[in-house]
Design a protein around this ligand. Sequence first.
Ligand SMILES: NC(=O)c1ccc[n+]([C@@H]2O[C@H](COP(=O)([O-])OP(=O)(O)OC[C@H]3O[C@@H](n4cnc5c(N)ncnc54)[C@H](O)[C@@H]3O)[C@@H](O)[C@H]2O)c1
Length: 446
Amino acid sequence: MKEEALKRKDQIEAPRGKLGILIPGLGGAVSTTFIAGVELVRRGMAEPIGSLTQLGSIRLGKRYEHRNPKIRDFVPLTSIDDLVFGGWDIYDANAYDAAFHARVLRREHLEPIKDFLSGIHPMRAAFDRNFVRNLDGTYIKEEKGLRARVEAIREDIRRFKEENGLDRCIVIWCGSTEVYQKPGEIHQSMEAFQKAIDEDNPEIPPSMLYALAALESGVPFINGAPNLTIDIPAMVDLATKNNIPIAGKDFKTGQTLMKTILAPGLKSRLLGLEGWYSTNILGNRDGLVLDDKDSFKTKEESKLSVLEYILQPQLYPSLYKNYYHKVTINYYPPRGDNKEGWDCIDIFGWLGYPMQIKVDFQCRDSILAAPLVLDLALFTDFANRIGMGGIQEWLSFYFKSPMHKENLYPEHDLFIQLMKLKNTLRYLMGEDQITHFGLDYYMEKN
Ligand SMILES: NC(=O)c1ccc[n+]([C@@H]2O[C@H](COP(=O)([O-])OP(=O)(O)OC[C@H]3O[C@@H](n4cnc5c(N)ncnc54)[C@H](O)[C@@H]3O)[C@@H](O)[C@H]2O)c1
């Protein structure tokens, strides 16, 4: 993207009309918790807790100016009143039945919006059990061959837009985690990828079919799971060439969120790390899918990398060169969506004396993920409206494995990620970036 193609300040128009949010995995725990939450907020029955776009503020100018608008008043984002929901799933259940089955939200939150949720039906999914072995849904597209399925998804997007009178849409993958895959030859260029689609190459998972259909329809694609999906040169090139935003991957919630809060703190005080043992129990459908070792491997890769990048052992070998890092997830049905994550962190300080930190996070997975879906949808649509296509690295804040340019390393520190996001908004809206420069104090009245 060339800078002159990017709209800034007065060139940025207020959004017009409604925004469609299309979700592969519409019947899942995250999707239904997100949709139900948005509707409850719209009806004034809940607060959008956890959402930066709805509750967050942003400091502008010097501290003595006391300018702290809400982000949604500063940046022309689509209002949540203008969101329309749709998507695909391998089970034919409307959003009310699916939310009920997911057992995240209580009756008191579902019953008042039963009419609304019951009206949201999934479209038939593009599914291949080779990529999600522990599910056996039958509500799947009948088209044979990968090309025919891409075309069917494109047609779904077109019809959804037409039926709802939409100009703008985004697609956000909240589907199950697919089995682990490394990028191969066919993922290196769009030409090779398109050829592989025509040849029904078995290395192309369903998530890539949705992504291709979205990008070919001019629709941004966000990946909430750790699957490769858009994180391959072919997709990045297509998105960059057509100036369509893509963002991923794997929502940063639960244990990894904690890790990227704690690790920057330990490193900033130069406390050493001997080991970090993380284990989880989880009983929802996501837990069932991750019980398959190849789906877990995809998740494991995503979860393991964060410490390495935050701690920078190459710069601090005596502190971080040899720490032991282990992550496990165990499927334990009684716990449902209420995951419990334990961390046992062995650190050392002055003269090498050892200390321990124990974290027991009794979290609710989808409650943490739902506001991220909302923020990502609104920010990605904003990026699309101002002509900011390709990888949205400024949205790393939301992801366990942020996508990044080939020659850069990913930024995992939550606080740097937040600063990057807010400074990006300041720049786009024509405000000074905030650097927290320490000499202002001596140079001018503060
Ligand atoms: N905090 C979190 O909950 C969190 C955090 C990070 C990432 N994620 C990821 O988000 C995804 C959703 O999580 P969840 O807890 O809602 O899982 P879930 O199992 O409740 O929902 C996933 C849904 O995807 C559907 N699905 C599977 N393959 C599909 C396909 N090819 N097309 C359309 N639908 C398909 C399933 O039927 C299911 O309804 C998972 O990949 C998970 O790893 C979740």
